[in-house]
Design a protein around this ligand. Structure first.
Ligand code: NDP
Ligand code: GDP
Length: 343
């Protein structure tokens, strides 16, 4: 089997490449031409020099490049993981986000239709499409109400995937994945920002962590579990849409408490809203404060997904608790910060 993974330099791209290589696939991972491409994630997983892993330069926003990539590689499966994936940046760069995250998906669908409509396609959709949630917990039929340019762009890509499935009979699956984290998560996302900062505070490299909205609730799972679900979506008889989630939600504040505890630091919260702080219970030092610059113009307050359909049709279930995930991330960041690693 041959697969293309767009976004091999990202968290999910690295884990999915590892999974497919273990299954004996030949993997073509795409990366963008930049002045200094960074493969730290595939290096950390030990797959960078794997003989069945081929790295291909590609930009999702170019239809011609999409056609040429698919014609040359002749894959059985394509996993579209590439995106401008950070909600915060999407408010500052809405057009770029629309081009990459929205139209980028259309470019691949169109290229598949033109080159070989039998190729199986996976689109990385997101719980951010539920946004201002219309029911709890969210399932495949829950109405969408995105709250950011990222969510809107992903919704376009999701509906295009469904449309190509229905219009051309293409095997186009859409995975509505709730937040999933790991030691390979980008440091701009809240969990990794927290675990990296906690590690730095523990080691005396940093004094205080600054965050925005501590009340936001997320359904956080482990990325390695979720890439298994992506693969399973392409192994069934018919393409469909599936929610992958843990069915548990916690606040950002809970995750902060958990991360400090995992580093052996007991903290106390004080005050509220923009004046909220947390102190080290032993030393009294302020280790967390609110910085309003991390608040978003529109927020997604609560996400919690029910993955019952994925369990029934794909036999998929999350296997990692949030406690275990948080511990894994804190441990990895303490180890990295001790050795001077900076990604
Ligand atoms: P990352 O941000 O870690 O990775 C995104 C990848 O997309 C990077 O490899 C990036 O390359 C690549 N990329 C960005 N722009 C382009 C472009 N124009 N052309 C080609 N490649 C590009 O995201 P994750 O791995 O966390 O997520 C994977 C996918 O799943 C994304 O689409 C994300 O939106 C979606 N998703 C993620 C969730 C999560 O919680 N992680 C939840 C639901 C959906 P570069 O390194 O050059 O920037
Ligand atoms: P998202 O769910 O895709 O937006 O994932 P993030 O990890 O970026 O954000 C999760 C939640 O944490 C959102 O509700 C953010 O508003 C909240 N949050 C609070 N402070 C921060 C911060 O400093 N950085 C980020 N990225 N998110 C924060």
């Amino acid at each position: 089997m041959k697969a293309i993974i767009t976004g091999i330099t990202g968290q999910d791209g690295a884990y999915l490449a590892q999974l497919l290589l273990e299954k004996g696939y030949i993997v073509y991972g795409t990366y963008r031409r930049t002045s200094s491409v960074n493969f730290w994630r595939t290096e950390e997983l030990g797959i960078s020099g794997h003989p069945n892993l081929h790295l291909v330069e590609y930009d999702l926003t170019d239809l011609g490049a999409s056609i040429s990539l698919i014609s040359k590689v002749e894959p059985d499966e394509i996993y579209n993981l590439a995106a401008q994936s950070f909600v915060g940046v999407s408010f500052d760069q809405p057009s770029t986000t629309a081009q990459i995250t929205g139209i980028g998906c259309l470019n691949i669908l169109e290229a598949i239709r033109l080159v070989n409509p039998k190729i199986r396609f996976y689109q990385a959709s997101t719980s951010e499409m539920f946004g201002k949630v219309q029911s709890i917990p969210q399932i495949e039929e829950t109405p969408f109400y995105p709250r950011s340019p990222y969510g809107v762009a992903k919704l376009y890509a999701h509906w295009m995937t469904v449309n190509y499935r229905e219009s051309y009979g293409m095997f186009a699956a859409s995975g509505i994945l709730f937040n999933h984290e790991s030691p390979l998560r980008g440091r701009e996302f809240v969990t990794r920002k927290i675990t990296d900062s906690v590690a730095k505070i523990k080691l005396g490299i940093m004094d205080c962590l600054e965050l925005g909205n501590l009340d936001a609730k997320r359904d956080w799972g482990y990325a390695k579990d979720y890439v298994e679900g992506m693969w399973r979506m392409l192994q069934v008889d018919e393409a469909d849409t599936y929610v992958l989630a843990t069915n548990r939600t916690e606040t950002v504040r809970d995750f902060v408490r958990m991360a400090f505890a995992n580093a052996g630091i007991d903290i106390r919260f004080h005050g509220g809203d923009v004046n909220e702080t947390a102190t080290d219970a032993e030393t009294g030092k302020v280790v967390l404060r609110i910085n309003p610059k991390f608040h978003r113009p529109a927020e997604v307050d609560l996400l919690i997904g029910n993955p019952a359909k994925a369990k029934l049709k794909l036999g998929w279930e999350p296997t990692t608790t949030l406690e275990r995930l948080c511990q894994m991330m804190v441990d990895a960041d303490i180890r990295r910060n001790k050795s001077g690693f900076s990604f």
